[in-house]
Write a protein that binds this ligand. Structure first.
Ligand code: 8IG
Length: 272
């Protein structure tokens, strides 16, 4: 048994080998990590060929938050350039779970080791930019890390100037001209921000705030994958409306937008 913390890249290779055995697919082409609110959007991809709990691959801890069920699906999606083998993670591990950074990025590393050249990271987030409304999907164009936790260690000085693929963002905006872009702040959680922290983020140039995506984007990019980030605005950030933040309302907002975000994902896969 490989130790995820001692040799995370080896652990991802081992998990990718088990994935190939379980699916009978020697490789996958694209990975999608579905955040809360995006799970029902997976229906737009059609019927999976395989589905199993993430815990059946080595190195994955059981998820701890209700509504973040940890399941892997494999799909054969008909795209404009032939069949795409899509690997979908329904549920992810977050930094706020306290298991460290390695389990947070194990999924995307496994996906890249399994052959994925594109990694699509979706999430539900708070909206800081007052022009964004609840239920709106927003392309991530850049991020600010307020956790100060990197998935990389050692002298690996990775350039992040084009972390969120400008190529794919341009493609997607051509297909849907209503699509907006924003800067995503990574906040450790599990507490939401205070109103003062949201004012700070706004001043820093942030449009969106959430508790995921950034470590996965960095880990996938460092291994050479092209990264796409899409946020679903699920609530106005703290202090923006006078309302308190409720996890249940956040989940409900996600479900209500499933159709729209499902179409967006299908459109994206068709372009790859
Ligand atoms: I959904 O307002 C969702 N996730 N940090 N702040 C942070 N994460 C979130 C929020 C939010 N809404």
């Amino acid at each position: 048994m490989i130790d995820l913390y001692a040799d995370p890249l080896k652990a991802a290779e081992v998990a990718a080998d088990v994935l190939a055995e379980k699916t009978g697919k020697t490789a996958h082409d694209v990975a999608l990590v579905m955040g809360s609110g995006w799970v029902s959007a997976a229906e737009a991809l059609g019927q999976p060929t395989h589905e199993f709990p993430v815990t059946e691959l080595p190195g994955f801890p059981a998820p701890t938050v209700a509504g973040h069920g940890g399941v892997i699906r494999s799909y054969d999606v008909q795209g404009s350039h032939g069949t795409l083998r899509a690997l979908v993670f329904l549920g992810r591990t977050h930094l706020y779970e306290g298991k460290g950074i390695e389990p947070v990025v194990h999924g995307v590393r496994t996906a890249v080791k399994a052959g994925c050249k594109t990694v699509v990271l979706t999430n539900a987030c708070g909206g800081i930019n007052p022009n964004f409304s609840v239920g709106q999907p927003v392309l991530i164009k850049d991020h600010i890390s307020l956790t100060a936790v990197s998935p990389l260690s050692g002298a690996t000085f990775v350039d992040l100037t084009d972390l969120y693929s400008a190529r794919i963002r341009t493609l997607m905006k051509k297909l849907d001209s209503s699509l907006q872009e924003g800067v995503y702040v990574h906040w450790r959680g599990p507490t939401y921000e205070t109103p003062a922290e949201i004012r700070m983020m706004r001043t820093m140039g942030a449009d969106l705030v959430g508790m995921s995506t950034v470590p996965e984007a960095i880990a996938a990019h460092a291994l050479g994958a092209e990264v796409v980030g899409i946020s679903l605005v699920s609530n106005a950030a703290a202090g923006m409306t006078g309302e308190k933040l409720s996890h249940d309302e956040v989940m409900a907002a996600g479900k209500a937008s499933a159709d729209k975000v499902g179409k967006l994902l299908a459109t994206l896969l068709h372009q790859l």
